[in-house]
Structures are given as structure tokens and as C-alpha cells.
Design a protein. Sequence first.
Length: 327
Amino acid sequence: MLLSCSLIKQQHSNTVALKITAAPHHCSTAALQHKITYSLNDPVFHSNFKPLTSIQTTLLKSAIILACLVLLYFRVVQGLVSDWLHMPDFSHGFLIPVVSLYFVYERRKELSAFNRSSNWMGFALLLFGIMLLLLGNLATEYFTMRFSILAVLGGIILFLLGKEYFKTLLFPLVFLIFMIPIPSILMGSITFPMQLFASKVAAKFLYLIGIPVLREGNIILLANTSLEVAEACSGIRSLISLLALSVVFAYFGQNTTWKRVLLVLSTFPIAIIANAARVTGTGILAHHYGDKVAQGFFHGFSGWILFVVAFVCLFLVGAMLSRMKKS
């Protein structure tokens, strides 16, 4: 069977003729001809695709934005999760995005009442965040790269949704900063003064209760052993965790801004004093029972106990603030 096709457009007309000729292989005189004619105005030439609905458009935009964020921040987030897994001081990082999403969910009724509007300040903030990402990548500064996530998310919200959405979602967005580990340079400048303070308080208290003690920097010298208040014992871990917890507690427990701020600020003396008490208890055990007892089970268990005690103190401060009259 031999097939031949030809496409013919008739003049002064919107008609296209498709001519298909079929003939047997061994027949040269007889041929079967089929002529199929379509008009350019027929529905077959029209698109069958319907315009996207507003929901479909929103989902498509969200998918594109999500894909771009994954391309930009996959390695950054991968390293961030690795730090949460391997750095005990920031193991609470897994909970921060979940709590932030809950804050967003709590505002769902307020967000549904807003009208979307584009704001070009958001585009500037978006560019600033991308610039931070690039600079952090060039300088291998992980905190800068991770902090840029907040700027980029804020820029997207402000640019695509408007000021009302941005103001409402600002608190959940800023709360995400607790998931980012503190830079090493800043961490050292914070932890060392905390180490010195804890060792000073512990040495003075041990002296007051009759235990012979000598302090050299962050090292406490006892009669039969010595204790070093290392960076892990500085209290920074409990301080960061308690600080994030105090923000959540203040948000739900207090109804005025100044009470919330005061409750969060009270976290610092509570956490520092609680850690000093932990070092003091370790010194007492080391004096009476030896270094192995103080550095064994008690060393880890006391951290959890004092964290609970610190939270109870924070709860009591919150209860006192709640009883105060509104200013």
C-alpha cells in the first residue's frame, strides 16, 4: 500500500484541504482518494485549555516559589539540620519551624480578611536577602547564609502579599531566628563571661560553706580535685532553649507588650543563676565524693533538673506579671 498526503489552502477562503491518496502497491491506474477538509474556524483549531482559576494560579505560583527556594537553600538547610543533629546547644532547632507555623495558623482568620497587594519594598528586601546569601557563600559565613532565609521569606511575603500580611506574619518570621546557631565568634564572646561568672559564684559559695577552694579563671581548685567550667558548662545551652521557650510563654501568657518583653528579659538572670547553682552543686559533690561522682550521672541529670527549675522560676515571674494591673 502506497500513501501520499498533500495540504492545500484554497484562495480567498479559510478552508484547508488535506488530501490523502491510498493505492495498492501493484496498481498504477486505479487509486483510492480520500479528501478531508477542515475549516480554520472549526473548534478543532481552537484551544481546549480553560483559564486557570485563582486557586490554581496561587498553587502554581507557590510551587514555582518553593522550587526556587529549594534550588537556593537546599545545601544551606541541609547544613542547618546537620547542626541541629550534632550540636546539643541547638537541638531545639527542629521545634522552631513547627512553632512558627503554628503562629501562622493561629492568624489564619486575620489573614483571610486581607486583600493582596504588591509592594516593591518587598522586592528590595528579597534582593537584599539574596545578596546576603551570595556574600555568606563567598565568605563561608554560615550564619549570614542562614539569616538570609528570613530576609528572602520576608521579601516574598511583602512583595506578593503586601504590608498587612507582612506585619501580621512578622512575629512568626522573626521567631525563626532561634533555629539558627549563633556564629562561633559571637558564641565565644558570650560563653566565656558566663563561664567566669559561674566559676566565681560557685567558688564564693563553696568558701562560705567551709569548703577550701581556689579559683583560677574558669578552673575551680579543690582539696582533692579540680573542676573546669568548660564552654559546655557555661549555661549557654539552657539560656538559648529557655529564651526561645520564654518567647512562646510570653506570647501566650501575657497580653501587653511591656510584660512580654520583661518576661523574656528575665530569662537571662534566671538561666545564669541556675547554671551557677549547678556548678556549685557539682563542686560540693566533687569535694565529698570525688571527681567521678560529680562528672558522672549527676553532671547530665542536674542540667535537666535545673532547666526545669529555671522554667518554674520563669513561670512564677509570668504569674506575677499577669496579676499586675494593665498600665
